[in-house]
Design a protein around this ligand. Structure first.
Ligand code: COA
Length: 261
């Protein structure tokens, strides 16, 4: 542990945020949430970034949930504010203009899984265990879990996992369910997330940004509206130097050099 609750490191336009509270399995207390919020705002403001990775320090945990030691002290009104605060941080990741990847290197429970659900992509190491066990504590998932898990897996599977407070979702189960994109050997989640990020950042930055926007906004629209939106963003791409560069490079049998213009 470095003293910073969330460490940030940037390489090749890929910023990695590491929640660094391993002695409490990276549980999200108020200072970790504040630090995450600040680091995500910095990422939002940095136009040179192409991808964000979130992971947890240590071998055991991604994030073992919201800090139960803090939750137990909540009054009813605090409870609502607490949920809104957590939701806002998680939503900030979801709404970044760049893709985000959760490198799930161990336990991802409660708020930890909810944060991962807000990322664009998820990679789990074989030792990861996931779940939304809030009902076993007498609460419900309050950082968006009831909404995003249901949207990702369907209401029936989400209801089963949330109502039973299942803590034993293995990485293999998560892969089968479509809860994570890839499963990798223990210790490899961050490296695999980095590889995935590299595969993204070699492509046209504007094209990636618009593709993500079309997927996200389109999924909230009827198909006809989503298709119209896709066509508009396609048209905008056609006005970029990067489109000319990407296609010329293909025809000249060389790698493209995208500039984001
Ligand atoms: N909030 C606060 N502290 C937490 C925590 C959480 N969500 N998850 C783990 N910790 C703390 C433990 O209290 C313990 O602290 P201590 O050493 O001061 O006693 C430390 O992290 C290590 O956890 P421990 O339970 O001893 O590890 P384990 O390997 O036996 O079990 C888990 C790991 C993840 C199965 C277990 O810690 C757990 O069930 N955590 C809670 C998960 C949860 O319900 N999350 C949703 C919260 S809304």
């Amino acid at each position: 542990m470095t003293g910073e609750p969330v460490r940030a490191e940037t390489r090749d336009g890929i910023r990695t945020l590491t929640v660094d509270r391993p002695e409490k399995l990276n549980a999200l207390n108020a200072s970790v949430l504040d630090a995450l919020d600040a680091r995500i705002r910095e990422a939002e403001a940095d136009a040179t970034l192409r991808c964000l990775i979130v992971t947890g320090a240590g071998e055991k945990a991604f994030i073992a949930g919201a800090d139960i030691g803090e939750l137990v002290k909540l009054t009813p009104l605090d409870g609502r504010e607490h949920a809104r605060r957590g939701q806002a941080v998680v939503e900030r990741i979801e709404n970044l203009p760049i893709p985000s990847i959760a490198a799930i290197n161990g336990y991802a429970y409660g708020g930890g899984l909810e944060l991962a659900l807000a990322c664009t992509l998820r990679i789990a190491s074989e030792n990861a265990r996931m779940g939304l066990p809030e009902t076993s504590l007498g609460i419900l998932p309050g950082y968006g879990g009831t909404q995003r898990l249901a949207r990702l897996l369907g209401t029936s599977r989400a209801a089963e996992l949330i109502l039973t407070s299942e803590k034993g979702i293995t990485a293999a189960d998560a892969g089968r369910l479509g809860l994570v994109n890839r499963v990798v050997p223990a210790g490899q989640a961050l490296a695999a997330a980095m590889d995935l990020a590299q595969a993204i950042v070699k492509n046209g930055p504007i094209a990636c940004r618009y593709a993500l926007e079309a997927i996200r906004r389109g999924s909230e629209m009827p198909l006809s509206g989503g298709l119209a939106y896709e066509a508009t963003l396609f048209g905008l791409c056609a006005s970029t130097q990067d489109m000319k560069e990407g296609m010329t490079a293909f025809l000249e049998k060389r790698p493209a050099k995208f500039t984001g213009h």
